[in-house]
Each structure stands twice: as structure tokens, then as C-alpha cells.
Design a binder for this molecule. Structure first.
Ligand SMILES: [Zn+2]
Ligand SMILES: [Zn+2]
Length: 167
């Protein structure tokens, strides 16, 4: 798709420091009233985008793919690249993990929470949550974190902070 075909109404969403691609894409889609299928279609990436939202980066995103996405979301391919795991760092697809204390400070999913090597939050010296501490439900993929609450019992992610355990 050429740049000229991309509609002018794109609402640009600025990535946060350390934000995961999944969370960023969710914010972009909601800001632009767009579905993952529409975004896949516009960028020419198709179903690959849905896999990326689930942290499935195998095969790893290529530069042309990142540039195709960059043209649609209007964020540099380099910045999109920074929302992907560094080379050689394995990703946990599930469970989706959360430092509720980080989320309380700034409400978004950090990429590093899904690294296989991440044992907890270094900033707060707390263990990451991999399920709701009140009802035990798993977290949805970050692309679907519109409200920042447990999908089953509605406890807010920020309130979960007081239930986090030390490292
Ligand atoms: Zn934290
Ligand atoms: Zn819950």
C-alpha cells in the first residue's frame, strides 16, 4: 500500500518508555476505532499482527514488516523495534504478567514483564502477578487492556498493588 492510500484521519498514539507492542497496538486501535483485522489489512501484515499482539515473534518481525506497520501507525520503525524483545531474549506468551505497582504509577504493560529471564520488578522489588490476586483469573493480552481491570472480578490493576508479594 502506498502512503497516499492511508487515510488522513490517523490519530497518532505516542509509545511509552518500555511499552510492549501488544499494549501499544491496543491503544492505537482504540484511539482509531480500528480492529486488529483492519490494521492487518491496512498494513498488509494480515494475521501476523494478531500473533504479535500475543507476543508470538517467531518468525521474528522483519524490517519491511515493521516499516509497513510504521506507515499505518505513523510511528518510526525504530521505535516499533524497541517494543520487541532484544535479540536472544525469549518471550513468555503466557501467562501475561503485571507489576501492579508500576501500573498504578503509569498504566501500561511493560515489554520486559514477558521476558523469560524476568523474575520480578526490579524497580519495586516485587514479584510480578501472573493472575488476579483476588479471583485467580489470568490477564487478557495487553492489547485488550482498555480499562485495566480483572476481566472476571473487576478488581483494578492499581488496587492489586497492595496484594503484590516481595521478591
Ligand atoms: Zn514495578
Ligand atoms: Zn479477579
Amino acid at each position: 500500500m502506498s502512503l497516499a492510500e492511508i487515510p488522513a484521519w490517523v490519530f497518532v498514539v505516542e509509545p511509552y518508555a518500555g511499552e510492549s507492542l501488544s499494549h501499544f497496538l491496543g491503544r492505537f486501535r482504540r484511539a482509531n476505532y480500528s480492529t486488529v483485522n483492519e490494521l492487518g489489512e491496512k498494513s498488509g501484515l494480515g494475521a501476523v499482527l494478531g500473533r504479535w499482539e500475543k507476543f508470538r515473534f517467531n518468525p521474528f518481525p522483519t524490517q519491511p514488516q515493521l516499516e509497513a506497520l510504521a506507515a499505518v501507525v505513523r510511528v518510526d520503525a525504530d521505535r516499533l523495534q524497541s517494543m520487541l524483545p532484544p535479540q536472544g531474549v525469549g518471550m513468555k506468551h503466557e501467562p501475561i504478567r503485571l507489576c501492579a505497582t508500576c501500573y498504578m504509577e503509569e498504566p501500561y504493560h511493560r515489554l520486559e514483564w514477558q521476558f523469560k529471564t524476568t523474575r520480578g520488578c526490579d524497580r519495586h522489588q516485587l514479584r510480578l502477578l501472573s493472575e488476579c490476586p483476588q479471583c485467580g483469573a489470568r490477564f487478557k493480552i495487553p492489547a485488550l487492556w482498555a480499562e485495566g481491570i480483572c476481566q472476571r472480578c473487576s478488581l483494578s490493576f492499581a488496587e492489586m498493588a497492595k496484594l503484590q508479594k516481595p521478591l
